[in-house]
Design a protein. Structure first.
Length: 153
């Protein structure tokens, strides 16, 4: 691919280009592995697992839909679609906010908690084997530092 020289922005140098491509490939492969393993072992995609996990950690196992979408870096419409499926499975229920009828809460049901607890060991095993077993303790600390820096606004 031929790129025209444009001096109005900085191109990636060779090291940055190699790092960027490795990051994209590694991230995609990890997401694919998580999805594949969760589908195979628990019958759910990784996105559903993350919704259940975030709700399990919330006070009273519930969150405002807008807060959950932000936490998961998801669009409200994409989250709403997933929540509909999870409601059909009886893993989540939707509650209206008592003070503001425009606000909807997603709440983890007992069945959803049971499914999450059952899926968690396989999910964690995949994360450990696919990521952390391949890194030194120093690299784990660097990964956290890099990820935290990327999340800064």
């Amino acid at each position: 691919m031929s790129a025209q020289k444009n001096e109005s922005f900085r191109w990636l140098n060779d090291e940055e280009q190699a790092a960027w491509r490795a990051y994209l490939t590694a991230s995609a492969r990890l997401q694919q592995q998580l999805d594949r393993d969760l589908q195979q072992n628990s019958g759910m995609p990784h996105a559903y697992y993350m919704i259940l996990a975030m709700l399990s950690e919330a006070p009273d196992r519930g969150m405002r839909m807008t807060d959950l979408a932000e936490l998961l870096s998801s669009s409200p419409s994409r989250l709403s679609h997933a929540i509909r499926k999870l409601v059909e499975l009886d893993w989540i229920r939707k509650d209206a906010d008592a003070d503001d009828g425009r606000v909807t809460w997603a709440c983890l049901t007992d069945e959803g908690m049971r499914v999450l607890v059952e899926a968690a060991p396989g999910h964690v095993t995949t994360v450990v084997e696919s990521l952390f077993d391949r890194l030194t303790p120093t690299q784990v600390a660097q990964l956290r530092e890099i990820s935290t820096a990327m999340l800064q606004d």
